[in-house]
Design a protein around this ligand. Sequence first.
Ligand SMILES: Cc1ncc(COP(=O)(O)O)c(C=O)c1O
Length: 441
Amino acid sequence: MAASSRKPLPVDRLAAALKANTLVRILEDFEQRFPDAHLKDLVVDDVRGEREILVAGRWVTNFGSDSFLGLDRDPRVLAAIRSGVSRWGSHNGTSRAFSSVQSNAIAEDRLAAWLGVESTLIYPSVTLTNHGAIPGLVGRKDVVVMDELAHNSMQEGAKLAQAAGARLATFPHNSPEGLEDALRKLRPYRLALICVDGVYSMGGDLARLAELRQVGAARDGVLYVDDAHGTGVIGSHGRGTVLDALGDYDNTLIVGSLSKAFSCAGGFIGCSATLKKLLKIRSNTYIFGGPVVPAYLDAICEVVSILESTEYDRLRGRLTAHIERLTRELEALDLVVSGGAAPIVSVLIGDEADTLRAGRFLFDRGYYVQSVLFPAVPYHGGVLRIQCNANHSEDAIDGLASAFRALCSSKIQIPRRSDRRGWGAAALEKVAAYCAEKLVG
Ligand SMILES: Cc1ncc(COP(=O)(O)O)c(C=O)c1O
């Protein structure tokens, strides 16, 4: 029977139902209205040199990589992966609940020594760290309290904890007073797990860790910091935001990424040896899923050696110089630029269509940056997100700045810092109301 004449199967109805979902409709609408400018779901056909990628027949400089220190092209990291594959084969083939390769134990010890924590436990990604550790740490008598802008992977981890009986609440972004208020309303509870990002990747702002920890400690709260964007690029020797802000890890659990600045694969939690043992028993993503491929664990050790050496300051210095050079140029164009500690510079465009067109404009001039739209940012709060890497050339930074100069003279509407029309409190309120309505739908 022809597919069109048969009765729809439940699986067809499933797809139809999903297409009616608000978020799907919004994203499909963007895709249909701006097929040329969309630049999502890209296929990279080749890479060359340090940071060039081939997309749709065009070589462009990639300003969309989290490989902040450029270690994805480092010969020592690549050699460690090759020798790891020769030694261990292509994968481990079992959950770590049964066995781990020796490199896993070594990598965890090396990470702990570099950070200055007692122990670390590696998971296959930061997402799976948060999905395993958050529900693993709390029980029915506990609460999870989350910054309202905390990364999606923590929010999803918290929902798993909620399904197992923990209560869940949010507090206003980066507000110690808001946290205090939320904790007061949640009483009584046994313990509160306070989940925040170390660096907020869309705005580039840092969590107010010292004040948040103080509020938590006075109210039976433990601070849980997802420092994915800080790992390897913030703080002395790239140890992240926590040690610099707090001076120690007391009453604080730190989660880090092994795939962004580390350019390897995986995520980890830094904690006491006791908690590590307990998390091995209580984290479902550790027990029921496979581990990081062994060769990458050898590469992680190689990256730790680089971070511990004096080379780190050289790499970070180069990255800082790039960020400062680019930010100076963009601010001189009167653009609305955000970012700071993290190697991510965001330029506000606002309107969705303009954000996509602006991304395409830069792409056509040889530079790929990410056009970030709702729901990753508020509706009508579209940004061009630029990720600087230490192995970008100065020419690439200057070239991107001059492409932005051309963009400012184009027909695309680009908001300027000195012209806040449309970006007053009323507009922001409208955005918040829209998000509240659409995200519920
Ligand atoms: C704060 C934060 N947590 C978690 C993740 C997800 O990391 P992974 O790709 O290792 O799952 C990201 C990715 O951007 C992130 O920014």
